[in-house]
Write a protein that binds this ligand. Structure first.
Ligand SMILES: [Zn+2]
Ligand SMILES: [Zn+2]
Length: 339
């Protein structure tokens, strides 16, 4: 038995009787962040970072039993010490540090190593064993700085607005959407939101994070307002009658997959902006190095490629099968619930 075991229910800390991001119903769950593949319904109780509480309630219902503790605060369960540390992925996201009898493991959940301007930036935590995602664990996934990406998004929006065309950008409703809203140039025009995005905005504001002014798009929204606006919508809304009412428009997707030209064509959008809430190849490598871990376990994404690479670098690395799937919009028709 290890400090953390991979079981049919999820990552199990047997010494404490606790699961981290479980994918089947268990009594006590510790949650890294509120994306649907990490935070599932049906747990007896939830423990998460403070800012995640309203977001988790928004996603799973107000009646869940949930407690939040701030980053860095230690919660001891049966002599096992748990604490949350910024993962830089989305608001409220945390790495879980688990310490028992002098051994330290860190379960990173999802993370990115660059500062997005609204999420507390990633903080490396020293550990013996580091459990990492590697959604983008190939060298081809190396991100441009977000300043450059947002300059491109602003230019696209400004050019559309100048000729009275609506700009619709597809962005994951929790995390990416708020990152887009917080970083675009609001002097270009109004920022309109799909209902799913606006609902996440409300939860995130309740977590104490201010966001720029947005207006939820409804059937009553004035045509004049829509012309030249930036509309932020989940991938699942693209290509639907909801979106088609906004014609004439230009469409875009903000996702790490947009790094690969074929993905943009496949997702049927006019423009692709490679903006990811996951670590890129240099980020994954830097994160592993900064933990000083002797052992790495890769859980989702390019696990085999990344662990092979680490082994070649002299770091013992293995993979584990999990129910985590990654949360970057891939295609226009993809639904968020299953992604
Ligand atoms: Zn995530
Ligand atoms: Zn994930």
């Amino acid at each position: 038995m290890s400090l953390i075991d991979f079981t049919p229910n999820g990552m199990h800390v047997a010494a404490a009787g606790v699961h981290i991001d479980p994918w089947r119903a268990v009594d006590r769950a510790i949650i890294t962040h509120a994306h649907s593949d990490h935070a599932r319904a049906g747990m007896g109780s939830y423990l998460c970072q403070t800012q995640s509480v309203p977001i988790l309630k928004h996603r799973l219902g107000n009646d869940i039993v949930v407690e939040g503790i701030p980053y860095g605060e230690v919660r001891e369960v049966n002599g096992v010490r748990f604490s949350f540390h910024p993962a830089g992925h989305v608001i409220g996201s945390a790495q879980v540090r688990v310490e028992h009898k002098g051994e330290v493991w860190v379960a990173s959940g999802d993370y990115k190593t660059t500062d997005d301007g609204i999420t507390p930036p990633f903080e490396p935590v020293r550990c013996n064993t580091f459990i990492t995602e590697c959604t983008f664990g190939l060298p081809v996934y190396t991100w441009e700085s977000q300043n450059i990406i947002f300059k491109e998004i602003n230019e696209w929006w400004r050019a559309n607005a100048a000729v009275g065309i609506t700009s619709i950008i597809s962005a994951y409703s929790l995390g990416k959407a708020q990152r887009v809203i917080a970083n675009v140039d609001p002097s270009i025009g109004p920022i309109l939101t799909h209902g799913a995005v606006e609902a996440c905005n409300v939860a995130i504001k309740a977590a104490g994070v201010p966001l720029p002014h947005t207006i939820q798009l409804t059937p009553n929204t004035e045509k004049q307002l829509i012309k030249g606006a930036l509309v932020v919508a989940p991938g699942s809304a693209m290509g639907t009658p909801w979106a088609n009412k906004l014609r004439p428009f230009s469409t875009a997707s903000a996702s790490g997959w947009m790094q690969i030209r074929g993905w943009r064509r496949r997702s049927g959008v006019d423009r692709g902006f490679a903006l990811s809430d996951h670590a890129d190849w240099p980020g994954l490598n830097a994160a592993v190095k900064a933990t000083g871990a002797q052992r790495v376990i890769a859980t989702h994404g390019y696990t085999h490629q990344f662990s092979r690479w680490l082994n070649e670098q002299g770091i013992e690395a293995t993979t584990e099968e999990t129910a985590f799937t990654g949360d970057e919009a891939v295609t226009a028709t993809e639904t968020e619930g299953s992604s």
